[in-house]
Ligand binder design. Structure first.
Ligand code: NDP
Length: 485
């Protein structure tokens, strides 16, 4: 099965494709060529109302469905996603421009992992019995109701599944709004869930820009909002959700540190920094974009990195030998190029890369900066593109203090052969998702999320259950009630 990028309609609501051409048209552009490959329409008020109404209706029945049956539906959806991995990966590549070499192993597959994992634990989600002498209490784990998921454009399939899987496993319904830049893949996730037996209305996809997201996050009948996006959007969505005290999960941006000590294995550290700066052309929230390298290793690190960057195969994303694709949009390329200019102007040394390519699409080569200091703009702001900055340090104390000197706190990594130092340093780094002698692994079994300005709540693992369910406590008196009068 090979998906036509042209969707059957813009939205997927109440178990079927839905169109309303009254909504503004959104062009879907293939980033590798700049060609328009599909068109969708923004959700109108009528589409949003139908998504909310069908979501609430379906959720009431889903909550009463035995969790084991809920889990079975998710497991079937996971199997369908795996069977269709190649077709889904091609579509993801068309949506995002990421090389097929990546999408084949990182997108529908990680979406399937989430569906499988949460399908598997659905039946085991229980409350507890609390003995109180003669009396006792128990807790029940209940769904939140109707959840809204809002996605960024870098991992459209994965983000849809990371939010839908725990939400559905806990007995909720979800309305998902993909980024307007990458609207296609989530529609296929909806199709597959329905084919796997998910009752209509439980996973609705509506298209649109921030205004549609805003309409959903302020909707009185929505109980929870889970956003993956930038800090400025996170602030707006958090504030909007506060009005009606909705539950929130915020997966936001980062400026994460990677600390490489003198004793690290050089190739592992360079490999980690490549995974943490250039995978998906650097458009990953958890990237370790501030690479602190100890003085004794720094020159060798730079030389080895430059050499290995020469191995980047930049070309047709559909060619499985290509391992470095375009940026997602003309706008993103412009933003990243702006940061490159700022870096140079503020005195950082561009060792290699950063050139735009004279071809259609949004291409630039991976960039490596040396001599970056903490106050430079490229050291402080999230670039969200293929730009690696190297900072030199001397002592562990200094590295930890400088690594933590940021408002963000999504991820952090350390490379060293000294195991005590590895754990000591990681325990002092202010970040939610950390790595020792590795970078950017995100298995569904491990909680993912940030501290400080990088987020609220956790996705994946058992931790996600706490963010898609709530406890009801029940006190049970076994004897007579004693009242003062
Ligand atoms: P944005 O913050 O621009 O957008 C995220 C989503 O929010 C989009 O769907 C967007 O719609 C929507 N949106 C925008 N304004 C509002 C609003 N007022 N109310 C509700 N929804 C709104 O992020 P990008 O799409 O540019 O993605 C890049 C950012 O995402 C980076 O900062 C990156 O770090 C972060 N990110 C975080 C991850 C994490 O797990 N921590 C993972 C991946 C990315 P539209 O764009 O269609 O207008």
């Amino acid at each position: 099965m090979r998906y036509d990028p042209q969707p059957k309609a813009s939205h997927f609501v109440d178990g079927a494709y839905v169109e309303d051409t009254a909504g503004a048209e959104i062009e879907v552009v293939y980033p590798a060529t700049g060609e328009v490959i599909a068109r969708v329409h923004e959700a109108t008020e009528a589409v949003i109302a139908k998504a909310v109404e069908s979501g609430r209706r379906a959720q009431a029945e889903w909550a009463a469905t035995p969790p084991r049956e809920r889990g079975r539906v998710l497991a079937r959806a996971a199997a369908l996603m795996r069977e269709r991995n190649r077709a889904l990966s091609v579509l993801e590549t068309q949506d995002t421009g990421k090389p097929l070499q990546e999408t084949l192993v990182a997108d529908a597959t990680s979406g399937a992992d989430a569906l499988e994992y949460f399908g598997g634990i659905s039946a085991g989600l229980t409350g507890e019995h609390i003995p109180l002498g003669e009396d006792w209490a128990y807790t029940m784990r209940e769904p939140l109701g109707l959840c809204v998921g809002i996605g960024a454009w870098n991992y459209p399939t994965q983000i849809a599944c990371w939010k839908a899987a725990p939400a559905l496993a806990c007995g909720n319904a979800m309305i998902f709004k993909p980024s307007e830049t990458t609207p296609l893949s989530a529609l296929k996730v909806a199709e597959i869930l329905i084919e796997a037996g998910l009752p209509a209305g439980l996973f609705n996809v509506v298209q649109g820009a921030g205004s549609v997201g805003a309409a959903l996050t302020t909707h009185p009948k929505v109980d929870k909002v889970s956003l993956t996006g930038s800090v400025p959007t996170g602030r707006k969505v958090y504030a909007a959700a506060a009005n009606s005290l909705k539950h929130v999960t915020m997966e936001l941006g980062g400026k994460s540190p990677m600390v490489v000590f003198d004793d690290a294995d050089l190739d592992d550290a360079v490999g980690g920094a490549i995974m943490g700066n250039f995978y998906s052309s650097g458009q990953i929230c958890s990237n370790g974009t501030r690479v602190f390298v100890q003085k004794g290793l720094k020159d060798r690190f730079i030389a080895r990195m430059q050499e290995r960057l020469g191995g980047a195969v930049i070309g047709d994303p559909m060619d499985e030998d290509t391992n470095f694709g375009p940026l997602v949009s003309a706008r993103q390329l412009e933003i990243v190029q702006g940061y490159l200019e700022k870096g140079k102007a503020e005195g950082a040394r561009l060792v290699c890369g950063g050139e735009t390519l004279d071809r259609a699409g949004y291409w630039m080569t991976p960039a490596l900066f040396d001599g970056v200091t903490d106050e430079m703009t490229i050291a402080q702001e999230e670039i969200f593109g293929p730009v690696l900055s190297v900072f030199e340090f001397e002592t562990e104390e200094e590295a930890v203090a400088r690594a933590n000197d940021t408002a963000f706190g999504l991820s952090a990594g350390v490379f060293t052969r000294d195991i005590s130092r590895a754990h000591r340093v990681i325990s002092r780094l202010e970040a939610g998702t950390c790595y020792i002698n590795s970078y950017n692994d995100a298995p569904v079994e491990m909680p993912f999320g940030g501290v400080k300005m990088s987020g609220v709540g956790r996705e994946n693992a058992k931790a996600a259950i706490d963010h898609y369910s709530q406890l009801k406590s029940v006190y049970v008196r076994m004897g007579r009630v004693e009242a003062p009068f």
